[in-house]
Design a protein around this ligand. Structure first.
Ligand code: ATP
Ligand code: MG
Length: 260
């Protein structure tokens, strides 16, 4: 059976001091194997909530969210890359990247070999003996990304992975990420606040409504691949980001009014 992500009428409610708070409601989404889907939506609309449920870190209170696994049972189902650098400060870069394989009992030489391959792809070969405290934010996030990819999950889940970085580092990492993705064509669900980032990376951009979150609209991004920075200078790119922003603007305004 082919790998697939299916969310059907997903609902998540949290108990609060003022009663139940509905974070997502009637959330429907399907992601096909090999698809790169970006999710954008106003702050607080439930993006991280949905991703945590997909990752198995939380449960729905209604409906159904599942990753239908592909045929290879030895592959872990998913790996998450968060905005905050989720690296172990007491482990070297190499050991951080090899961590998932270590947990799965892969022998030392084999896991280091695979970790080194990914470290090379994210440009950190010279830093394998460093500790996270000796790295910049961008480098730490490269470590997180290399760690997730070394683990070779069926699905890669990313929650604003470049959100904490400065604009230049972010642009460089967006391009790196695309180059890596072109090779692996892994199934990715990627949350971002940046419309440009979403259109640049994705096959499909999913827009969520303001709280409670559900899918408002989807845009297929048919910009040719491989993409690079020159893609962002094309009229087609400008037209798509404009259309996404049109769809998102009302939701952002509604979210801000509700939170005021
Ligand atoms: N554990 C929790 N308990 C209670 N409410 C929660 C919990 N986690 C999230 N929420 C609420 O659910 C809603 C959605 O939160 P979530 O973090 O998913 O939003 P988001 O879209 O990721 O926002 P941002 O773009 O700011 O990261 C928010 O109103 C938040 O307060
Ligand atoms: Mg979030």
């Amino acid at each position: 059976m082919a790998l697939k992500i299916v969310s059907t009428a997903a609902q998540k409610r949290f108990p609060t001091r003022h009663g139940w708070m509905t974070a997502i409601e009637r959330f429907d989404l399907e992601v096909e194997e090999g698809e790169f889907v970006c999710v954008v939506g106003p702050s607080g609309c439930g993006k991280s909530t949905f991703l945590r449920i997909l990752a198995g870190l939380d449960h729905v209170t209604g409906g159904d969210v599942r990753i239908v696994p592909g045929p290879d049972p030895s592959q872990p189902l998913n790996n998450v890359v968060f905005q905050e650098y989720a690296v172990f400060p007491w482990k070297s870069v190499l050991d951080n990247v090899a961590f998932g394989l270590e947990m799965r009992g892969v022998g030392r030489s084999q896991r280091y070999e695979r970790a080194r391959q990914w470290l090379a792809k994210v440009g950190l070969t010279r830093f394998e003996d460093y500790y996270p405290g000796q790295l910049s934010g961008g480098m730490k996030q490269r470590v997180s990304i290399a760690r997730a990819l070394t683990n070779d999950p069926q699905v890669l889940l990313m929650d604003e992975p470049l959100g904490a970085l400065d604009a230049q580092t972010r642009t460089v990492l967006q391009e790196e990420l695309l180059t890596i993705w072109e090779e692996s064509r892994k199934t990715v669900v990627y949350i971002t606040h940046s419309i440009e980032e979403a259109v640049f990376l994705a096959d499909r951009v999913v827009i969520m409504t303001a709280h409670p979150g559900r899918v408002k609209e989807e845009f297929r991004v048919d910009l040719p691949r491989p993409r690079d920075l020159s893609t962002m200078a094309t009229p087609a790119f400008a037209a798509l980001t404009g259309a996404v922003w049109e769809a998102l603007r009302d939701e952002v305004t509604r979210a801000m009014a509700a939170q005021a």
